[in-house]
Structure formats: structure tokens, C-alpha cells
Write a protein that binds this ligand. Structure first.
Ligand SMILES: *Cc1c(COP(=O)(O)O)cnc(C)c1O
Length: 365
């Protein structure tokens, strides 16, 4: 028997995709993945270690994620049956896209509409499921382009609209009035507001959830110091949660993640808040320092990173920083107006200072 070409077995869309690989290489300072500075309080670290050691290793995890959903609900001010927990918010995105009704052959409707630039998982996860994706460019100030977006929504009636606000990689939030008009213009769509960075923002968008039936909100522990646990969740109407819960794999979230995330959201909530306050202070300092540098234009950020444009090619600057041991994220490969854009994660004060002096060094003639 001859082996068949695996490509014949799989969706043709897979040919567009490649594995998601973080940037390889050794760098003294990695500011490329929007991770928070490490938990520095030794008592808090000790508490997590003790809880991990108490795991019943022979048992399956709690399939209903009871304690964790209670903790999330209390911290977010909603009810536990409005919470669906996934292995990162990435899993929730995948679950949602898996459950969508097929648009049908003659339908004008598409699976997903999102904005550009934004978090790439919306597109990757949709394409892996054979769904069509339409991306509407953000306006010149990196806000939602209302006219273009509403026009696309009317023409395509997407099943899901993903809006990251604060947005990755721009750090900007959608103006509330524009978001309101988008939600009202899309009564047949589910508008998923991704609040992965909400802990660093001046406001949240939970009121949309209470005002509109077609809105859900995504959150995660990944950007506030607990990326290792892979815990993300959706907040939505209980009947929507119940539908998606039918396709959630049993025991999706490991016991250790459930236990430690519950502690993080309750006993260690003050630690998380302190980390966020430090990062916000540092973000102001880094943004102001960037604005003073020749040829650098930072965008005001509501997240734990800063998006900035350079007069030079972003790829050159990325390489020059890399030679100085600092890894950031460059968007030069995306072309167009992103060619001159970079994103730097806010790290510890020492890491941020090292980044700023390395950048100054790169820019000096
Ligand atoms: C990082 C990020 C996420 C987080 O995904 P997890 O799977 O929870 O780690 C979600 N949305 C956006 C916009 C992000 O930048």
C-alpha cells in the first residue's frame, strides 16, 4: 500500500496556515508576547506551590469547573452560569467557531468579520474550520472605521464579529459610540468583544453585555501574570454559554490550572492589581520616552504594550534591537502601513529602561 499525500485528506484552507511558533533565539530581554512581569511576592509563589502539591493526581479535573467559575463570576460581577472557561481564550474562540451554522451555498453570509490589524487567532481559527473571514482596516487613528465596517456588516452579515478592545497590536480601544452603532447594526451577528487587556484599560465594556443580546465578552489570565495556566473565559448570556458548553471537551481544563487560577482570582487578586498598576505607570514612562525620540511615534495605549511607528524600516530597527539582546514584535512583514510599526511589551522597570536605552543607541547616528 502506498502512503497517500496527507494534503488530500485535509481541508484546502490548511495550505494557508503554518504552525504558530513564538520567535526562536536567545534574548536577554523578551518583550514580544505581552506577558506580565513575574509574580515577585515570595509568599504568593509559595501559596501556589502548596496548592499545586495538593492536587489529586489520579482524579479527572472538575468537569463543571465549579470553584473557578464562581471565582470568575464574583470578580467580574456576573453569574457563574454566564461563564464558559477554556484552555485560554483561544479555546473559546475555537469552540465558538466550531459551533457556527454552515452559511449554506447560496447565502451571502460569511463566518467571521474582524478588523485589521488585530489578534491573528480569529482568522487562523476560522480558516482552520473552513470559514470565510473578512477584515476591515482600522482608521488612521487605529479606531474602528465606522462607515467601512457597517457597510461590510450589511453586505456580508457575518455570523461572528470579533472586536478586540483594547486591540492587539495597537493598544487602542474602540470609541464606545462606534461600538454601540456596530452592535446595533448587526442584530443577526454575535459581537465578541475581546477584553484580553481590560485590566490595563481605563474602562471595560461589560455594559454592552447587559444592554444587548448579541454581545459576548472574552477575558483571560494570560496577560496579567498567569499565562502558564492557560485559563480564559467567555462572559455571555446563560443560554449562549449552555450551547457552547455542549462542544467543550470534557475535562478540558487541568486540575492544576483550575485550582491555581481560582487562587489567583481570589487570594491573589491584590497581587494582580498591583502588577497592573505598576505596568500602567511604566507604560506612561515608556510612552513619554518614546515620544521624545527622533522619528518615533508611539500610540497612546490602554494595554500592557506600546505600539509605535518609526521613520526607518521596522525590520532594521527590530534587528538592531535584537543584536542588543532585546526582542520586540515587528510588523514589517505585513506590508502596507504596518511596515514601519513595532510593538513592545511593558516589562519590569529594569527591562523597560534597558529597552529604551537600546533603542536610543539604535537611533543615534
Ligand atoms: C493574548 C490575547 C488573547 C489571549 O489568549 P489566551 O488563549 O487566553 O492566552 C486573546 N485575545 C487577544 C486580543 C490577545 O492579544
Amino acid at each position: 500500500m502506498t502512503a497517500s499525500d496527507p494534503k488530500q485528506l485535509f481541508r484546502p484552507e490548511l495550505s494557508e496556515l503554518s504552525p504558530y511558533l513564538p520567535h526562536a533565539g536567545t534574548y536577554a530581554i523578551r518583550l514580544d508576547a505581552n506577558e506580565a512581569p513575574p509574580l515577585s511576592n515570595p509568599t504568593a509563589r509559595e501559596r501556589l506551590a502548596r496548592a499545586a502539591a495538593a492536587t489529586a493526581w489520579e482524579r479527572y479535573p472538575d468537569a463543571t469547573q465549579h470553584a473557578l467559575r464562581e471565582a470568575i463570576a464574583r470578580r467580574c460581577g456576573v453569574l457563574p452560569d454566564q461563564i464558559l472557561v477554556g484552555v485560554g481564550s483561544d479555546e473559546i474562540i475555537a469552540l465558538l467557531l466550531t459551533t457556527l451554522a454552515p452559511p449554506g451555498n447560496d447565502s451571502h453570509r460569511i463566518g467571521v468579520l474582524t478588523l485589521e490589524p488585530t489578534f491573528v487567532m480569529y482568522r487562523l481559527s476560522a480558516r482552520a474550520r473552513g470559514l470565510k473571514v473578512h477584515e476591515v482596516p482600522l482608521d488612521a487613528g487605529w479606531d474602528l472605521d465606522e462607515a467601512a465596517t457597517l457597510k461590510a456588516v450589511e453586505a456580508l452579515e457575518p455570523l461572528v464579529i470579533f472586536v478586540a478592545s483594547p486591540n492587539n497590536p495597537t493598544g487602542t480601544m474602540v470609541t464606545p459610540e462606534r461600538l454601540t452603532r456596530l452592535v446595533e447594526a448587526a442584530p443577526r451577528s454575535l459581537v465578541m468583544i475581546d477584553e484580553a487587556y481590560v485590566d490595563y484599560a481605563s474602562r471595560n465594556q461589560l455594559d454592552f453585555l447587559h444592554r444587548y443580546d448579541n454581545v459576548a465578552v472574552l477575558r483571560t489570565l494570560s496577560k496579567v501574570g498567569f499565562a502558564a495556566l492557560r485559563v480564559g473565559w467567555m462572559i455571555a448570556r446563560a443560554d449562549l454559554v449552555a450551547e457552547l458548553d455542549k462542544v467543550r471537551l470534557p475535562y478540558n481544563l487541568p486540575s492544576v490550572s483550575q485550582a491555581l487560577a481560582t487562587i489567583a482570582l481570589t487570594e491573589l487578586a491584590a497581587e494582580i492589581d498591583a502588577t497592573c498598576r505598576l505596568v500602567i505607570e511604566e507604560r506612561q514612562r515608556v510612552t513619554a520616552a518614546l515620544a521624545r525620540m527622533p522619528g518615533i511615534r508611539p500610540t497612546e495605549s490602554q494595554a500592557n504594550f506600546v505600539w509605535f511607528e518609526t521613520e526607518r524600516n521596522a525590520g532594521d530597527l527590530f534587528a538592531a534591537l535584537g543584536q542588543r539582546g532585546i526582542l520586540v514584535r515587528s510588523f514589517h512583514g505585513r506590508g502596507g502601513r504596518l511596515e514601519r510599526c513595532l510593538r513592545v511589551t511593558i516589562g519590569t522597570p529594569e527591562q523597560n529602561s534597558a529597552f529604551l536605552s537600546a533603542l536610543e543607541d539604535c537611533l543615534s547616528p
